[in-house]
Design a protein around this ligand. Sequence first.
Ligand SMILES: *Cc1c(COP(=O)(O)O)cnc(C)c1O
Length: 460
Amino acid sequence: MKYFSTRDKNLRLNFKDIFLRGLAPGGGLFLPIEIKKYNDKELEELSKLSYVDLATEIISNFCVPDLSKKNLNSLIKNAYKNFDDSEVVTIKKIGNTNLLELYNGPTLAFKDIAMQVIGNMYDELKVAEKNKVNIVVATSGDTGSAAISSLNERKNINVFILHPYNKISNIQRRIMTTIGSDNIYNIAIKGNFDDCQKIVKDMFEDNEFRKKINMSGVNSINWARIICQIVYYFFTSFKFSRKKLNFSVPTGNFGDVYAGYIAKKMGLSINKLIVATNENDILQRAINSGEYKPSIVKNSLSPSMDIQISSNFERLLFDVVNYDDKKVMSLMKNLSTEGSFQLKEEEINIIKKDFEAVKITDEETLKIIKDFENKENFIIDPHTATAVGASKKIKNENDTIVLGTAHPFKFLETIKKATGKVVEPPKQFSNILDKKEKFDILENNISEIKKYILGKENEN
Ligand SMILES: *Cc1c(COP(=O)(O)O)cnc(C)c1O
């Protein structure tokens, strides 16, 4: 499979290149030059597979010839061997809600599903065989721990995780800062997630620095993350006999819900993809009014979605403007010079064919968690709560799947506030509050962070 970018259609790179880089030269995002579309008979065959075998079939479309199906199958099997559910994800009916639990992995959020596979891909693609690779990651709270769990103690790999200082939950931070070993560096940036993501993007754009540290990235703009997330849309649809479903997805960087969109392009029958946002509602505004205009990031009860620059939206935009890379470039230029861009009526209508967007406030989030607990005796985390809330607003709950993106333990303060209940830690985290944390606090300043990375990268 060859890849080009949203800002350069003439580019031709293979999977291994785009896997390593994450971000395309010139700031665009990588896309495959074609997307496999399954016919009815093929879908019927796929529906008989186990999660691991299904993942192998779907993901391999995008990795040939760099990863053989056989090797991919064993690395995926290995990635999911310690998940709490042997089928990786769990589908539950709770009251009227169809909940797809995606948090059976080692760090209790859906980020594990892609990240555990990606860690094994680094080994399989032999990228760190000769030279040490330095992976730099921005996290809004859950990507960081998933990356650490997956890349911890891998040979010849360092991981630098940038999280927004004091803007993630206590448990989210502790999972990151207590499980790492010598190759993991946690950096708290005095800024928000958008600042962290911008620093990583700017580092990729600095060719000299990027080459010097042999830099790689695993943020949700990395196409490898998206392809791993496509799988559970297929798996769930198959469990519902391929009935035409809606999926309600708690959304920040637009990675997870965009994976649903790709599943639809691959031939899966999906009705609406519901974009559930918190008070950082840029996507809700963009989808409903066409104006893409980041405002100041608000700290909400669902910190992993406290994002105003929703990077993966650029991939959808590329489709909406009919694969016109120059147009994408000019919209993105507008964004950086004017602070916004405006979509036309017909472009909004294209988006609305597949997506609906709903904003859920913090106040609503608390009430949704409380009501769910009262009625169903089941605790959902604040991110999942936005998707439950959005699905109730859209109605038609029977035909809607809500993506459960994190375990409530990660947000126990909020759960306590909403329900008065204390969430017990899953057993691997029973003593997390007693463990020693390791992280450094740095200014929101790219040269300071580069200096820090250069100072550490040769330490071990
Ligand atoms: C990352 C995250 C999201 C948002 O996912 P995107 O792919 O960034 O839209 C939602 N919920 C949780 C718990 C997350 O960690």
